[in-house]
Write a protein that binds this ligand. Structure first.
Ligand SMILES: Nc1ncnc2c1ncn2[C@@H]1O[C@H](COP(=O)(O)OP(=O)(O)OP(=O)(O)O)[C@@H](O)[C@H]1O
Length: 467
């Protein structure tokens, strides 16, 4: 065993936490990045080989050691350890140890709370700045090649817009996880921005010069998904007329984004688990394994842990994928971000459709902020885009968004009206996409940038299932 983890065999350890630490161990044991997990009393639960001071081996201490004893040979803790703030707040923090690891302190640069099954922060995952690295004092996350933003600074991260507490917390988490190699699981309702977050993680990560490969897992039958991801050799199955590299190989050195991971079959999950455990893929029909260095980010709009409990998703794979889980807040829980999103989307759509960028009236902005947006940011985006194209006046009014009925004094309940209008805009987009794709639903889902499962749900909801 490369790291120290005497307590992990302790049966009193929470099983969710134990599984998470196991998954961290599997990923971090052989990495050169320094990784450690500590308990609330600063006891070392796990430390990989690289975390130990140069020249010292990872010895399993006879009794649980405190991080300052084990790493720095100190008798006392290092004054105000930044990790203690993470235990207190339970929030993700980019922390900076004041002495930067120059002999007296450990030089931790990031700390991530690991929650037990009851939601308590039971331990903290710590990543370090490497004092031997010439860029050690540079910010952990460099600016990516972002497009020029329409908003003032502080209104987002890359293409992600938001400045309310939920999004600020999300941005902290993203910047933190971007710099590590660990797998990330994004969970949240459809349209909340999971794919955009995956892209942001990739663009902020040291892998940004290498490919980001996006795979819509629900759009392919199991056998095809396997050959798409792992490749196949000539003659492996009917139709395999040539040998083909899989998407894991295409993503080598970069990131693979597995969307709708919950919709994969159990047999496929077993194969994916093997890839994550061994860091190598076996093309269909081949007996030869190929080493790949790919960071896996996956997403689902289902509750994956419920599927684990229902035995529809492998528990061991869940813990492998969810080393760093991220929950996307639905738009109705962050109404404070809606005006910013509207500004961004009006500016983008006006540029795209070559229209003047018009302001939104106060009345319309209030109605938009009051809606509960079941389709989340995607629904808002579609509505704004339609209005930018169709509005005639020099401002975007309540009537432009919600039709003449909204402007009349005895209009129906505004929430219902907004819902109806937003649904209408979405329905029209779906009908147009289906027409453009000549009825092919996989292509239509691609055009709409939604998953096939999500398209099927919407077709049913809008009475278009037979379209
Ligand atoms: N915070 C945000 N700021 C700006 N644009 C956003 C934000 N969140 C989402 N979007 C935009 O909304 C649309 C939907 O986002 P995305 O496809 O990432 O959602 P998703 O959660 O992956 O959806 P699904 O589960 O249906 O695949 C995209 O056009 C995306 O660019």
């Amino acid at each position: 065993m490369a790291g120290s983890s005497p307590e992990m065999s302790d049966s009193s350890i929470d099983p969710v936490l134990a599984a998470r630490v196991e998954a961290i161990r599997a990923l971090a044991d052989h990495q050169s990045e320094r990784v450690m997990v500590i308990g609330p009393d600063l006891t070392v639960i796990y430390a990989n080989r690289a975390a130990w001071p140069a020249g010292e081996s990872a010895v399993t201490p006879s009794k649980p050691a405190k991080c300052y004893e084990a790493m720095l040979h100190r008798q006392d803790p290092c004054g105000a350890c930044p990790a203690t703030e993470v235990f207190a707040s339970g929030e993700v923090k980019s922390v900076a140890c004041s002495t930067g690891g120059a002999g007296h302190a450990c030089g931790m640069s990031q700390a991530y709370p690991l929650k037990a099954s009851d939601g308590r922060t039971d331990s903290v995952l710590v990543l370090f700045r490497d004092p031997r690295d010439p860029d050690a004092d540079a910010p952990a996350v460099q600016d990516g090649p972002w497009p020029v933003s329409d908003e003032p600074p502080g209104a987002g991260l890359g293409e992600l817009v938001g400045r309310g507490p939920a999004m600020r917390k999300l941005f902290d988490t993203i910047t933190l996880v971007a710099n590590s190699q660990a797998t990330v699981l994004l969970q949240g309702e459809s349209g909340t921005g999971k794919e955009l977050v995956a892209r942001t993680i990739h663009r902020l990560s040291p892998r940004r010069e290498k490919p980001l490969v996006v795979v819509e897992c629900s759009s392919l039958p199991e056998t095809l998904l396997e050959s798409e991801l792992f490749g196949h050799v000539k003659g492996a199955f009917t139709g395999a007329v040539t040998t083909r590299r899989g998407l894991f190989e295409e993503a080598d050195g970069g990131t693979i984004f597995l969307d709708e991971i919950a919709d994969t079959a159990l047999t496929f999950q077993a194969k994916l688990l093997r890839v994550l455990q061994e860091g190598e893929i076996k093309p269909v029909g081949s007996s030869r394994s190929v080493k790949v260095d790919v960071r896996v980010v996956s997403a689902t709009n289902k509750n994956l842990f419920d599927l684990v409990k229902a035995k529809q998703f492998r528990e061991d794979l869940y813990y492998r994928l969810a080393v760093l889980p991220i929950f996307m807040p639905p738009l109705r829980h962050r109404a404070e971000d809606i005006p910013l999103l509207i500004d961004r989307f009006v500016a983008q759509a006006s540029r795209r459709h070559n229209r003047p960028c018009k302001p939104v009236t106060q009345e319309a902005a209030e109605a938009l902020a009051a809606h509960d947006w079941p389709g989340n940011v995607r629904e808002l985006l579609n509505l704004v885009e339609r209005v930018v194209v169709t509005a005639k006046g020099d401002r975007l009014t309540l009537e432009d968004f919600f039709g003449p009925a909204a402007a009349s004094p005895d209009s129906q309940d505004l929430r219902t009206l907004v819902r109806d209008v937003a649904a209408q805009a979405e329905r029209t987009k779906i009908v147009e996409a289906l027409a453009q794709a000549a009825g092919n639903r996989v292509k239509a889902a691609k055009l709409l940038k939604i998953s096939r499962a999500s398209l099927y749900n919407k077709l049913r909801a809008y009475g278009l299932a037979d379209a």
